[in-house]
Design a protein around this ligand. Structure first.
Ligand SMILES: NC(=O)c1ccc[n+]([C@@H]2O[C@H](COP(=O)([O-])OP(=O)(O)OC[C@H]3O[C@@H](n4cnc5c(N)ncnc54)[C@H](O)[C@@H]3O)[C@@H](O)[C@H]2O)c1
Ligand SMILES: N[C@@H](CC=O)C(=O)O
Length: 489
């Protein structure tokens, strides 16, 4: 099935600054490729410092009027945006699959997921209540108000090109902030399409601005925003090294930060687990988006008593996965995003094998399909010395480690600098609470492999970052509290 878009106006192909679609000021453009074939199928502006500065000017100029728009009206605009997103679900799903490579059902699913955040924050906009505080002394009235922080810079990754940007822009606009954003260079088209729909929904000029840039020029764009005191908040999803760079560089102007960074999720199967449910949960959590998800299990720990049975069941499921381009509706695992991604996966598998792991399924590139395909892979005999245990593989590789002792496996699960998601399967209710307490992470799947939801707080601890997206806490990332104290009452 061709991944063509029915509505060409979803492909503006330019930056959106101050309510106008514009080329980069230096006139440069860069290629967008289809990871299934490596064919170039679009180009977008390769922006630089001038474009970043123009976007910031526009966002700064629009802030005073946007924050004054009543919350109910901001919510109505967000709802109109959401309606348009849903009305274009097929096109947006095809666009995501085309530029990112995920199977079509997942592309469409991501649109619904992105929409759920827009809908959620439309509601939250009208509930940004403050506090009336009982005064500790006579003659005073005390209040805490929530105010929008100001201009927000949103910087997003390629693995969820719609959802990651939606869950930053929606709360920012709901809170009364204005936005400058730079999407990932591999997947700029979906973000441009979402901004086009926001324009159609009536988001006023300057309130939402987007500039695209190649990998080589990403830092030039973002540095303008990092160094300018008018940007009051950075919301970033991406790798831990880039997140640390943003935190260091925004220190001089003390910006508020949300950093959703890399993970290295453990997935633990105890000897009393429902093994079929655990296999189902692992398949969903591990192979969604070809394993290119920050909450994907990266280390699978299985109790010795059930190890062989679990591995047999898992091997049958992994071997049955159908790999192919998104244009084939039967595909369950698509291409990886680019050559760098495949090289990393290959390096991890080779390193594991050299250090004594065994390949049960897969283990190599699928070069006959294209340069970005890697076979769904199951490894056993994995230990903590291997690169695949210490770094996020971000690919369709399930590395299994055997364990015997619960205390040891908790130590191992916590034994990395990261702390985003963790999963475990057990029927023992006391163990459920022990592990839920002991695991050092922001999200825990208990007999469950699919965690994320707009109503839940999403985010990490340790070097997986800080800040939460979604939930009743998500709006707080975009406001500050102002305390008012009235005397002589
Ligand atoms: N915690 C989460 O919610 C979450 C979600 C998705 C992805 N991730 C993580 O993101 C990583 C994969 O995404 P990626 O490869 O796109 O990450 P990345 O950090 O390389 O890129 C993310 C964004 O940062 C920009 N960027 C890159 N270098 C920059 C620089 N020097 N200055 C400013 N901006 C820069 C990129 O252009 C892109 O827009 C994985 O580690 C994954 O776990 C985390
Ligand atoms: N998969 C995460 C995003 C990180 O990759 C989510 O489900 O929100």
């Amino acid at each position: 099935m061709p991944l063509t878009i029915q509505h060409d106006d979803l492909l503006p192909g330019r930056n959106f600054i101050g309510g106008q679609w514009r080329e980069a000021q230096e006139g440069r453009r860069f290629d967008v490729t289809d990871p299934a074939t490596d064919a170039v199928f679009a180009t977008v502006p390769d922006s630089g410092a001038l474009d970043a500065a123009a976007a910031l000017e526009a966002a700064h100029a629009a802030f005073a009027s946007w924050r004054a728009v009543p919350a109910k009206q901001r919510a109505q605009i967000l709802r109109r945006w959401n309606d348009l997103v849903l009305a274009h679900q097929d096109d947006l799903g095809r666009l995501i699959s085309r530029e990112q490579g995920k199977p079509l059902a997942e592309g469409r699913g991501e649109v619904a997921y992105a929409s759920s955040y827009v809908d959620w924050f439309a509601g939250e906009a009208t509930r940004a209540n403050g506090d009336v505080i009982p005064a500790p002394v006579p003659g005073r009235r005390m209040f805490a108000l929530k105010e929008p922080v100001g201009v927000v810079a949103a910087i997003t990754p390629w693995n969820f090109p719609a959802a990651m940007i939606a869950r930053k822009i929606a709360p920012a606009l709901a809170a009364g902030c204005t936005v400058v954003c730079k999407p990932a260079e591999d997947t700029p088209l979906t973000s441009l399409a979402l901004v086009r729909l926001a324009e159609m929904a009536g988001v006023p000029s300057g309130v939402l601005n987007i500039v695209t840039a190649s990998r080589q020029r990403a830092a030039e764009v973002v540095d303008v925003w990092l160094d300018d005191p008018r940007v009051r908040k950075i919301s970033f999803t991406g790798s831990t090294p880039v997140g640390k760079h943003l935190a260091r560089r925004s220190a001089d102007t003390l910006k508020k930060l949300s950093l959703e960074l890399g993970g290295n999720a453990p997935f633990i199967v105890f000897d009393d687990a429902d093994l079929d449910a655990a296999v189902d949960g692992l398949m969903v959590a591990k192979f969604r988006n070809g394993g290119q998800t920050c909450v994907c299990p990266n280390r699978v720990f299985v109790h010795s008593a059930v190890h062989d049975t679990f591995v047999d069941k898992l091997a049958a499921r992994v071997s049955a996965l159908k790999v192919g381009p998104a244009s084939d509706e039967a595909s369950q695992v698509g291409p990886m995003i680019n050559a760098r991604a495949v090289e990393k996966i290959e390096r991890h598998v080779n390193d594991a094998v050299e250090r004594g792991a065994q390949v049960v399924v897969g283990g190599q590139r699928l070069a006959s399909m294209g340069s970005n395909y890697f076979a769904p892979t199951l490894l056993v005999g994995v230990d903590s010395s291997m690169a695949c245990s210490m770094e996020e593989t971000f690919g369709p590789v399930a590395p299994v480690t055997r364990f015997d002792d619960a205390a040891d496996v908790i130590r191992a699960a916590n034994g990395t600098p990261f702390g985003l998601a963790a999963y475990f399967y057990t029927r023992d209710v006391r163990r459920v609470w022990r592990l839920a307490d002991a695991l050092e992470c922001g999200l825990v799947g208990i007999n469950e492999g699919a965690l994320a939801a707009e109503a839940a707080p999403f985010g990490g601890v340790k070097e997986s970052g800080y800040g939460r997206e979604g939930s009743v806490h998500g709006l707080d990332e975009y406001v500050h509290l102002k305390y008012l104290c009235q005397g002589q009452v």
